[in-house]
Design a protein around this ligand. Sequence first.
Ligand code: BES
Ligand code: ZN
Length: 626
Amino acid sequence: MRFLFPALAATLFVAPAAAQEAVSPAPILTTPDARDVWTYARPEVARVTHVDLDLTADFQRKVMRGTATLDVLTAPGAEEIVLDTDELDIESVTAEDGRPLAWRLGADDPQLGASLTVTLDGAERITVRYSSKPGASALQWLSPELTAGKQQPYLFSQGQPINNRSWIPTQDSPGIRQTWDATITVPDDLVAVMSAEMLTPEGVAAGEGRESYRFRMTRPVPPYLIALAVGDLAFRELGPRSGVWTEPTMLDAAAYEFGDVEAMIDAAEALYGPYRWGRYDMLLLPPSFPYGGMENPMLTFLTPTLLTGDRSNTDVVAHELAHSWSGNLVTNATWSDSWLNEGFTTYFENRIMEALYGPERAAMYSDLDWDGLERDIAAAGGADAPTTRLHGEPGATFGQLDYFKGSVFLRTIENIVGRERFDAYLRGYFDRHAFQPQTTAGFLADIRGHLIEGDAELERRLQLDRWAYQPGLPENAVHVESATLAAVDADLEAFRSGAPVSRIDTQGWSTQEWLRFLNGLPRELPAERLAGLDSTLDLSRSSNAYIRSAWLELAIANRYEPALPSLRDFTGRVGRGLLIRPLYAGLMEQGDWGKAIAQDLFANARATYHPNTAAQIERIITAPAQ
Ligand code: BES
Ligand code: ZN
């Protein structure tokens, strides 16, 4: 029996227990909780199954221009297909035989962009000719000064959650998986890389100083995972199926820092089953990259703030790798359930770290995440605040609670049912739902069907619905504590009782010990004590971006002006939201003194930030005073 329309197949099929391999077209979910309010698409009427991009990167005009050819699957009687766009200049839409098709753009919404509705007139493959705008929210065009080499420009994209519609006209929903191909034409002294198989690693001549690169993704992915970077890039092999791309001057440092990656892939497979994507390469970006990492399939994107020379921030690599299962294989159907991506991944990441470096090191990361959990719940307004719920409005879960609360949820289940049983369950979960979207309700149904199996006492102890749907933290939450960080707490206690900084032995501290120390210091300190910290520990000049950010946050809280040059240098160079947002927010809490500094810093740095990060910071520094 052949299902003409996979939406029907999805509701009729019960997925077999055997490992799911990529099937195209991938099924979509039709339950009400899987309806995505962040897309204009109506996939139950007509959906995109494959995207073929043919685009040229124009660094002068800062636009991508060319065509997207979409394979379309329709329900019987469907006459139109609805796509997502954001500020695209549409030139034409044609059918496979070249005949023009009627199209119209809907009203523009500042967040969602505009729908593009195409009258199909029988077409099963349509070609949209278009270009992106220079301010496209997914794209950051860097001038040479913002790169490590300072000679060549750079371009990268960031699709999650709904930015890719600013350079790709398709159905931009995590529940609508699509295979894709691309041909990207760039100046011939640059290299293009994408989150896919690279068919032409050397590039092929494309006339007048240009070169084309071809890519292929045969496994259906949600469109937010289509990613591109163009720059002066070089590659170093790190293992049989792994390697790192970056600018030539950063290659040695990157190769050292990420040297454990192949062992991480092996550890991840031993935990939850085969790595289904072929290669796992990484791209280390310039410092304006807005995130710690982004799990673009086959090519994780990483911030250079991870380079601390001691491999202490490779939890981010473990995290992005873990997304190859939780997120890229089993994907939140809508952004209301992003904890299914991020919470699962934070738990999985910690299990990889434990497998490689042992339980104490893993406990350090978990314990710091617990600090973050408590901070975020307090900042959200306390345990009753609706934004502390895991499942809610898209994008509404406060701060990083989808990471922290989501991972503690899974840790708690692990503790109650036992590790062996939980690991076996999770491995089955990834197999059962591979290459499919998932909702919170779907996960709860799965765990009830395959782990709890009617055990009423177990059901009562787990409190699954409370975790998934209620605010705050259930009492059964498991807090993993680290002995290493407890030793740092003892140093903090000594400092608070007046011990000089020189008595604290910071020799060999990892980033995590530094963070526990700096974030644990009293928020109000006299200038002499701040000066003592800075001169003894050299904080203002730290090349570790995590240390620098945590120190600057403390300095700002105390209006400690000697740290201002360091602040200006840092915010003018680093664009990672997690490390700079707290600095702007901290300044804004300091009345007119801080507000003036924040505005000055932002004016200086704005052009170096990713469009989304710039918009977030603009909101922080223009928000009315509390
Ligand atoms: N998928 C996220 C990045 C992301 C989140 C992009 C939300 C857009 C919207 C990525 O996997 C991530 O979580 N990165 C973290 C690192 C992690 C170790 C906490 C980051 O950027 O800090
Ligand atoms: Zn993540």
